[in-house]
Design a protein around this ligand. Sequence first.
Ligand SMILES: CC(=O)SCCNC(=O)CCNC(=O)[C@H](O)C(C)(C)COP(=O)(O)OP(=O)(O)OC[C@H]1O[C@@H](n2cnc3c(N)ncnc32)[C@H](O)[C@@H]1OP(=O)(O)O
Ligand SMILES: N[C@@H](CCO)C(=O)O
Length: 743
Amino acid sequence: MATEPGSAAAAAAAGRAAFVAPETRTFVLPGPLALELGGRLAEVQVAYRTWGTLDRDGGNAVVCCHALTGSADADRWWTRMFGPGRAFDPEKDFIVCSNILGSCYGTTGPTSLDPATGTPYLGTFPAITIRDMVRAQHALVTALGVRRVRMVIGGSLGGMQVLEWALLYPDLVDSVVFIASTARHSAWCIGLSEAQRQAIYADPRWMDGRYDPDDPPSAGLAAARMMAMLSYRSQPSFEERFGRRPQTEDLFSVESYLRYQGQQLVERFDPATYVTLTRAMDTHDVSRGRGDFDDVLRSIRQPTLVVSIDSDVLYWPWEQREVARLVPNARLDVLDSPDGHDAFLIAVDRVSDMVADFRGRPVAPVPPSRVVEKAFAERGVSLLVLGKGKVGRELLEQIRVQRRELERDYDVLLRVVGVADTRGAVVEDTGVDLGRWEALLAAAPATGPVDARTAPALLDRLARLPRPVLVDLTAADGMEEVYEQAFRRGIDVVSSNKRPLAVAPRREDLLRQARRQHHRHWHYDTAVGASLPVIGTLRRLVRGGDRVRRVEGSLSGTLGYLCTELSRGVPLSLATRWAMGLGYCEADARDDLSGLDSARKALILAREIGATLALEDVVVEPFVPAALLAPGTPEALIAGLRTHDEAMAARVDGLRREGKVLRYLARIAVADGGAVEVRVGPEAVDALAPAARLSGVEAYVAFTTSRHADRPLVVQGAGVGGANTAGGVLAEIFRIPAGRGAR
Ligand SMILES: CC(=O)SCCNC(=O)CCNC(=O)[C@H](O)C(C)(C)COP(=O)(O)OP(=O)(O)OC[C@H]1O[C@@H](n2cnc3c(N)ncnc32)[C@H](O)[C@@H]1OP(=O)(O)O
Ligand SMILES: N[C@@H](CCO)C(=O)O
């Protein structure tokens, strides 16, 4: 749709476009599409993706149908359904997924231009049905040369399409998989849809569907999504996840979560599309115009897998039981999950196993031919640890020593399935022996460091294991590429590496989009302050609606340590040597002394506040003159610092006489208009100020916000060191739900 560049409509269109993979292609129907409820759409475009190759006889197609706000990118929202032995095997199947008619991810819908007016349809888009959606899909697969469809599969609104495929094209479709759905929209569901639509209509910006695309009824759409989210989950899952916990003083955690989910949809969807598609779902009734409901279901001859989620309160289990009872060749599988309706998007491994089994294939094989025991499959987390420096080594040791206890306390089985350093990697699907990992790693082939080139093979292997997690404890550049490859394979990431968080804003944005599109976790809270809850605290403040005004912090353990030692009269060069020996410094201590390490951390915090700054935007004053930091060996660095020992000692002494101490501080200032300024540098701090009381590697961050205006919220403690960081990383790993039941 044509929009003014820079307008809000353009921003919304860009938000939606970010949800459409570049591989997406479009097909234009050869003629107008006559709509079931009357009228026709003159020019219909269908956005679609395919995976695998169509056989010469066109007989190996699999059609995947998406749910309400989904897109053609099934590999993003159903990542772990793809792969050898999984529901979809691109080596054997030709998988087609298209964006449904009436949606806003590339297929004709309310945000498309109405050829009659030259403006977007919005609320004037004609009423459509599930059958119209399926007819458009059928035109596409026919044009692609498909002669037989081995399987049509979908959940929720996707499941409605599945039944219509079986009924409209009985001679084309060989089998169907109907998940968490219904054969006709119930009064309960129509009621929920209507309440959600009313939230949109009640937004004054709706204007009877003729809203300004630059100023859409976003509040209404967000409220609709919040209601919908309640029906997608379950009471017990909310109870466990949120309870009555407060997010802030005047906001429950669950309120914050729902607001967040509402906002997320606003950024990627459109209100008229929401109305059009929920109305289409309300029309859903397989018996409309076909006769008796039971007889219609009995007429479905294809082998049918019906998947029911025991906690689904949107499409209740009795609705799937009814379908399984009436369809003659149906089998019912129950997915027991506390997650409610969304379980089909969450417990993807188990859905995939059910489908693979239904298709007569062995359940997802676990190479290299070992059987992973049941407990691990259900409660396991598979870790690939990159980096065997201070943090990596310590993490492996903590896991080795505490594993039994952790397993008991958290009901999670941790398994380190791989360890890699810059030389090579040792990988063992059944777990690397943590008593001998160093010897095993030394004996592994020298395949080079894990980078964008070498990662795919490792990640492919990791992706096949229960709940795969990539743990990046390196300080390597370019890891953002590897994370993106991991997200695409359904792998979560836990990292302490600061570099991928300090890449150019556009690159970071793309990485975050990939994470979100693949519904992966990325926990990096140890990048600033090791195990101190610095990033987590800031995130809570921001998500809770607090406005951050200022952040002041001592973010470098190394520079904190040097300041303490200098005040004790230790020469700069000697203190630096000690800091290096104690393992506080970056691989090149110049990164600490130049302020680069502090600048990266300050940038990471500024970005959590929402600033789109680049590393170059951080104003940096080095701790020592830049001339002393020319590239070279550690010895050359120390030799250079020696020439500055006297000047530094004099400076510290002078400050002491004025009642001040030297500190290296980061400052983030947020102006009223939202502009963010970040600077790091040495400062003379009054001896009574909080930063003056820091000692050694102690980090300190003070957040001044609207709600913490008079007294800042302070996080303080040891913010550096292998054991601390590894402890923080371990805590982050436990934030990822375990087992194949989780996504
Ligand atoms: C009729 C039909 O066709 S219906 C189809 C129904 N389903 C859908 O439309 C899908 C809706 N659900 C989703 O999109 C979900 O995100 C899923 C199923 C893909 C994944 O679920 P989960 O892994 O449980 O993650 P969920 O989205 O619930 O929560 C995670 C997000 O909430 C945020 N969050 C969690 N708690 C809070 C909180 N207290 N405050 C603010 N945000 C919070 C997390 O930080 C995370 O953010 P991120 O996505 O930016 O990483
Ligand atoms: N070199 C860093 C290590 C922790 O990020 C510091 O001194 O703080």
